[in-house]
Ligand binder design. Structure first.
Ligand code: ADP
Ligand code: MG
Length: 326
């Protein structure tokens, strides 16, 4: 497969549906600040200024179209042995979790998000199914589900979800419990357990799970080759921003606690062309796809512009995919 440098960071924006709050008065009809045009399919116009990305999706894009265009290429890279990360960033309520498909509910096909669609294709390509013996299977697939809150990582599939993952509990941080995946049912089970544990943990520890980052990793084992596809549903950008420096530290903590670097530092160093970071899945050797979710509402304009800036910065990263070593 021809995987070149240019393709290794892909940035897209997705417009959230307009919320009909019923609050708008006759003189106070909230207008949309976003415009999309057929002539420039990669651009979004935010309050009159044009911003171009690799892809720009308006609110009418289907989950299937989004997956096919943006994520399916990443699945092919992961199957070819490259570590890959898909990450949703944006204000609360803009469709990050909906897009990533981390919710544990059964839903109609059209609403199914990225995680189940990735697993479906990976199992299909690897010839894995849950029909008795899998003689034809070309490898094994596992998944893990972790949460990062306040600079600590928690294994959502562990017995004690209140115990943060540390280098003491995991000498070399492995990313949490890995469960074998042979069908969508296996995935639904870990999403249900993880979601339940996320609530239990938040309640027990008196913290807010909407401020935490959720990470599902699909591990693909083919012979000696082990590649990972990380799907990250970040906390609402406003809670990261609103807390100022502490918030930035918290966002950085996501990656520090995974053995990664702070997101801002990662972006700064990668955009300076330096290669760093010991963790294999978010380094200069992986592919990153960022989905920036944005609100069309005028009242959200500042947050939307901040998300657009974040997405523009992310595009500056220089990363070169290389085959995973293990
Ligand atoms: P976030 O994770 O960014 O806070 P959610 O994914 O929870 O946002 O989305 C907020 C609500 O809007 C949810 O009820 C979700 O199902 C719905 N939603 C978001 N995007 C879409 C979409 N493109 N089509 C239909 N419903 C959507
Ligand atoms: Mg969410």
């Amino acid at each position: 497969m021809n995987i070149n440098k240019k393709e290794s960071v892909v940035i897209a924006v997705r417009e959230a549906p307009f919320r009909n709050t019923g609050m708008q008065g006759i003189n106070d009809i909230e207008r949309s600040v976003l415009e999309f045009s057929r002539e420039c399919p990669k651009a979004v116009v935010v309050d009159g200024t044009v911003y171009s990305f690799d892809h720009s999706f308006d609110s009418k894009v289907s989950q299937e179209q989004l997956y096919r265009t943006l994520i399916h290429p990443l699945v092919l890279k992961a199957l070819a042995g490259y570590d890959c990360t898909a990450m949703a960033y944006g204000q609360t309520g803009t469709g990050k979790s909906y897009s990533m498909g981390m919710t544990a509910e059964r839903m109609s096909e059209e609403h199914v998000g990225i995680v189940p669609r990735c697993l479906k294709d990976i199992l299909k390509y690897m010839n894995i199914n849950d029909q008795k013996e899998n003689h034809a299977a070309m490898g094994e697939v596992f998944a893990s589900f972790i949460e990062v809150y306040n600079e600590k990582a928690y294994d959502l599939l562990a017995v004690d979800v209140n115990e943060p993952l540390t280098s003491r509990t995991h000498p070399r941080f492995t990313g949490g419990t890995c469960m074998p995946m042979k069908s969508q049912r296996d995935l639904l089970q870990i999403l249900m357990l993880g979601t339940k544990n996320r609530h239990v943990r938040a309640t027990n520890m008196n913290n807010n799970s909407s401020r935490s980052h959720a990470i599902v990793t699909i591990h693909i084992q083919q012979g000696f080759q082990h590649s990972r596809l990380n799907i990250i549903d970040l906390a609402g950008s406003e809670s990261i921003r609103r807390t100022g420096n502490e918030g930035i530290a918290r966002a950085e903590g996501v990656f520090i606690n995974m053995g990664l670097m702070g997101i801002n530092k990662v972006m700064a160093s990668l955009s300076a062309g330096r290669s760093l970071i010991p963790y294999p899945s978010f380094n200069s050797q992986c592919s990153l796809t960022l989905l920036a979710c944005i609100s069309p509402h005028a009242s959200d304009l500042n947050e939307t512009l901040s998300t657009i800036r974040f997405a523009k910065n992310a595009k500056q990263m220089k990363i070169t995919p290389q085959l995973s070593q293990q």
